[in-house]
Ligand binder design. Structure first.
Ligand SMILES: Nc1ncnc2c1ncn2[C@@H]1O[C@H](COP(=O)(O)OP(=O)(O)OP(=O)(O)O)[C@@H](O)[C@H]1O
Ligand SMILES: [Mg+2]
Length: 186
């Protein structure tokens, strides 16, 4: 089985009124099937509103299927006991990097994720160095993330997720949604 697999994935955004009656149903994912293997680099393309981000949110369990199943590293995302492991296995970079940037300085921001999962200090700095190099942002390591361009902020956010060494890295940009797995991570 691939590192990310979806079978007959259906997701509806349901709007309810104050009495919890269903007002409208917007089917964002309609029986999606995909099998992404370790080492794959996949771009999911589609027009605005076609469901790319909704799919990406299923890959790290932010949303759960209405119908069908999503597996990440053989773990069913809908099982609550898998959620923490699913999120470690599939790193997510959001469309708007401002939602994801925490540190006052770029290098601190990139080190935040590994620190949070208990990586030893010396290794955190090694990972920060490698991740910043991989996204060509080493020259900015002491700058404030707030003063970077949108694309540079997104690179820093990608570096921050890479530094957590997930098995798959999933990021959405205003157009495609990218998923990169295993082999090419730093
Ligand atoms: N929180 C939400 N509540 C209700 N409907 C939503 C919500 N988020 C997205 N949708 C709807 O679900 C559909 C898919 O949206 P999604 O954000 O997945 O698209 P996308 O392909 O990522 O678009 P974009 O290219 O603009 O980023 C759209 O019709 C959108 O209006
Ligand atoms: Mg999107």
């Amino acid at each position: 089985m691939g590192i990310i697999k979806a079978v007959n994935l259906v997701f509806d955004y349901i709007r309810r009124d104050e009495q919890e009656n269903v007002e409208s149903v917007n089917r964002a994912l309609d029986h999606v099937n995909i099998d992404i293997k370790e080492g794959d680099f996949v771009a999911i393309l589609g027009h605005n509103g076609s469901g790319k981000s909704t799919f990406a949110k299923h890959v790290n369990g932010l949303l759960l299927p209405e119908e069908g199943t999503v597996w990440v590293s053989d773990m069913d995302t809908s099982k609550e006991q898998n959620l923490w492991h699913v999120r470690r296995a599939a790193g997510m970079v959001f469309q708007n990097p401002d939602n994801q940037i925490i540190g006052n300085v770029v290098e601190e921001d990139v080190g935040f994720g590994p620190e949070n999962i208990g990586v030893p200090t010396e290794e955190i700095w090694e990972r920060v160095d490698k991740s910043l190099e991989a996204v060509h942002m080493t020259a900015y390591r002491l700058k404030s993330p707030n003063k970077l361009s949108g694309g540079q902020k997104q690179r820093v956010a990608i570096a921050g997720v890479m530094a957590m060494r997930p098995g798959a890295l999933c990021w959405t940009s205003p157009r495609p949604c990218w998923i990169q797995t295993g082999a090419r991570r730093s």
